[in-house]
Design a protein around this ligand. Structure first.
Ligand SMILES: [Zn+2]
Length: 305
């Protein structure tokens, strides 16, 4: 009986890789290694430090979602500084590049596990680590990726349900559509075009790569190729170099032609028609699926791999 139990434990151990061990560097600094990358976490505030186990669990949980999406953690090392703020939410984040990338996150002193589970900010900032610095005209690429990939990576890792994602996209994505007088993404640096216009670019690219590869490849493969080309937040580059590296990785020309279409022209997208062809719509505030829709197979795969 004991022997069977040991065998079962050994088997489950091989299915689920153990979480990395947290090292205590000092009373204010902690660290862990994941896939050869070093993640250090600084918590100077006394109240936040009293919740360090919960906070370190959350950092690890977010790190794993990003690592799973990119197939590795995107940079060799990152220093995460958790600063105290008022309230019970994660309130603000910012990522900085360079030799040792740095992420600042403001966390409410009344934070609890439920609010940490709901947080999107840390994954958003970690997605920034996976893209090189591009000129300010292409800030939409950085924020669009962080907005879109944050959702997809969290869904693929089980942080968010399918229904939550589609409701979020259907309700929020229209904010990225061109308004009267808007030009292309490179020429319209408004909040909506930067975050959600960039996210529309990413979603269109994801769908098109899947269409052209019979659902075998996706934006995720393109972005892994961008990392393979050395274009993480350690580096400076141009948007065109990013798109060329992504297209090389998938073997289909999607990112470069889409960028040419969207950079200077408004390029309105009929989102309602797109949702219908993916077979997902909102009816009376309920997410409704149609598996007979022409791209239902793409929609089903999108949140899985
Ligand atoms: Zn951002």
């Amino acid at each position: 009986m004991v022997r069977i139990l040991i065998m079962l434990l050994a088997f489950s151990g091989s299915l689920y890789a153990a979480d990395p061990e947290i090292e205590i560097i000092s009373d204010k600094e902690f660290a862990f290694d994941i896939d050869g990358s070093r993640v250090s976490v600084e918590i100077r505030d006394r109240v936040l430090r009293s919740k360090k186990d919960m906070l370190l669990d959350w950092v690890l949980y977010c790190t794993k979602a990003v690592q799973k999406y990119y197939g590795r953690f995107p940079v060799k090392s990152v220093h995460i500084n958790l600063m105290v703020a008022a309230g019970d939410k994660v309130r603000f984040g910012r990522a900085f590049g360079g030799e040792t990338p740095y992420v600042r996150i403001d966390v409410g002193e009344d934070i609890n596990p439920e609010m940490l589970r709901r947080d999107w900010i840390l994954v958003h900032e970690m997605v920034h680590l996976a893209m090189a610095n591009v000129p300010p005209a292409q800030a939409w690429l950085l924020e669009g990726l962080a907005t879109y990939v944050e959702s997809i990576a969290r869904a693929q890792h089980g942080h968010l349900s399918e229904e939550q994602i589609w409701r979020y996209f259907i309700e929020r994505m229209p904010q990225g559509l061109p308004q009267e007088g808007d030009r292309g993404l490179d020429l319209t640096p408004t909040w909506g075009r930067t975050y959600w216009g960039g996210a529309i670019f990413c979603m269109l690219a994801d769908i098109e790569i899947r269409k052209l590869t019979d659902n075998r490849k996706s934006l995720r493969d393109a972005l892994r190729g961008v990392l393979d080309a050395g274009l993480s937040m350690h580096a400076d580059t141009t948007a065109m170099q990013v798109f060329e590296a992504g297209d090389r990785a998938t073997g289909v020309a999607v990112l470069v032609p889409l960028y040419r279409k969207m950079k200077a022209d408004p390029f309105p997208v009929d989102l309602d028609a797109l949702w219908a062809s993916l077979g997902v719509t909102l009816e009376n505030q309920q997410v409704v699926y149609n598996d007979e829709a022409p791209m239902a197979h793409i929609r089903k795969r999108l949140l899985k791999s």
